[in-house]
Design a protein around this ligand. Structure first.
Ligand code: NAD
Length: 436
């Protein structure tokens, strides 16, 4: 099939490349000329494991362009995969979705299906269809399908090739049949429903996971107070299949381009209809205070960070991605800088993006050793495998004062006890290896 995708970001590009892998001819469209240039050169503009290899393997079936008119003109299916960031009031900003809609309407010259893959509030696909029909330049039949995406950054290619379900919100048998032709090659189970339910499935899924994270973080906070160990608690909970062990890792809260905005957007939508989603409101509030929990812990040791050498390990919102959107490191680093800290930071893939925000204010390091050398305190914000596998005894050897505040519970407490450091993590007791 001839497929075009509006938006070559984490979702659009991965979707496009994976659809090419199952034999479709895919054109990825983006308004960002730089991104398209990089893609045309055979490179991926984002860090996503396995993506570049698949791009190269399927290059005969992949085209990248900013010329949306020619890309949409004769497509069988056009996906909208542009961003839906958060507005100041928490609602979803749909300007990119509507802009792409207008571009599609003015370009299409044959019957086609437009599939909304961006995460959009319930009712948006109806509006997209109305807008398309009102702005058509040619006499063609166009229908809209809601087809939300569930991939996770860092495992996006695998998630797409091995998705647990494909949700299709359709209003006609014809639309369902066309979309099945797109996806049958993956051999994944379908959930066929109406458009509004499909849109709700996406928000309800993301918000449930965010709720699970905030729940375990609250239990972790209580564990610290009463002297229980969150790792054991989460293990004991997660072995119950009704609960499951995923998204039960206590830490300094969720970040990224989805959970923060999708919790706020659903809460906003409910409010708009005079209904309060109390559970989601709580999840958002817990996450906000959790993000700066390490700073609060650090205040036990230092009144101020002014003049201190602060080592930061991990900048991205989670391992496996170069994405910094809503990364807890951002809020923490802004507080530390404001307080006069001298920050040294390490991350395996996030530094280039960080430099766009802090070009000169931070000293970026090539190794963990270099980062922690002579530091007065070390913060861990992302659980990269390199950090988890790091020899903890080196903190004691290299730091000026071996105080490690770990927001991702990277280390086993028994190992840490022998390392001669002060170690604070989330939902577990403090280890003070300096006390005899
Ligand atoms: P992104 O910011 O990485 O990519 C969006 C791209 O759209 C950008 O490259 C931008 O230049 C481009 N764009 C904007 N307007 C355009 C237009 N008119 N025509 C063509 N391109 C245009 O965003 P993303 O992370 O891929 O997310 C896209 C959507 O998917 C969002 O609604 C998001 O909530 C949802 N989603 C994201 C993830 C994720 O893990 N990132 C997972 C599931 C769903």
């Amino acid at each position: 099939m001839k497929i075009s995708i509006a938006g070559a970001g984490y979702v659009g590009l991965v979707t496009g490349v994976c659809l090419a892998e199952i034999g479709h001819n895919v054109t990825c469209v983006d308004v960002d000329e730089k991104k398209i240039e990089i893609l045309k050169a055979g490179k991926s503009p984002i860090y996503e494991p396995g993506l570049e290899e698949l791009m190269i393997k399927n290059k005969e079936r992949l085209t990248y362009t900013t010329d949306y008119r020619s890309a949409y003109k004769n497509a069988d299916v056009i996906f909208i995969a542009v961003g839906t960031p958060e507005k100041k009031d928490g609602s979803a900003n749909l300007k990119y979705v509507y802009e792409a809609t207008r571009q599609i309407a003015e370009s299409i010259e044959k019957d086609c299906i437009v599939a909304v893959k961006s995460t959009v509030p319930v009712g948006t696909s109806d509006k997209v269809e109305k807008m398309l029909k009102e702005n058509l330049r040619h006499n063609v039949h166009v229908e809209v399908v809601s087809n939300p995406e569930f991939l996770s950054q860092g495992t996006a290619v695998r998630d797409t090739l091995k998705a647990h379900r494909i949700v299709l919100g359709v209003e006609s048998k014809h639309a369902e049949e066309v979309m099945r032709k797109v996806y049958d090659g993956f051999g994944q189970p379908y959930v066929i429903t109406d458009r509004k339910s499909a849109e709700m499935i996406k928000y309800a899924s993301n918000d449930f996971l965010a709720l699970k994270i905030s729940y375990i973080n609250e239990i972790a906070n209580l564990c610290e107070i009463v002297g229980a160990n969150i790792e054991d608690v989460a293990k004991g909970m997660g072995m119950d299949p009704r609960i499951g062990d995923k998204f039960l890792q206590a830490g300094i809260g969720y970040g990224g381009s989805c959970f923060p905005k999708d919790t706020k957007a659903l809460h906003w939508l409910a409010n708009f209809y005079d209904y309060e989603l109390k559970t989601i409101k709580a999840a958002i509030e817990v996450n906000e205070s959790q993000k700066i929990k390490l700073i609060k812990k650090a205040k036990k040791y230092y009144d101020s960070f002014n003049g201190l050498t602060v080592a930061v390990l991990g900048l991205t919102f989670k391992p496996g991605t170069d994405d910094l959107r809503e990364a807890p490191s951002l809020q923490n680093i802004s507080i530390l800088l404001e307080d006069g800290a001298n920050i040294k930071a390490w991350d395996p893939v996030g530094i280039e993006n960080y430099k766009k925000i802090y070009p000169n204010e931070i000293k970026y390091c090539n190794t963990i050793e270099e980062t922690i050398k002579d530091a007065d305190i070390c913060f861990i914000f992302t659980e990269w495998p390199q950090i988890k596998n790091f020899d903890v005894s080196l903190f004691a050897k290299l730091m000026k004062y071996p105080l490690v505040l770990d927001g991702r519970n990277c280390y086993d407490l028994e190992k840490v006890k022998k390392a001669g450091i002060i170690y604070e993590s989330i939902g577990r007791s403090t280890v003070n290896g300096l006390l005899k």
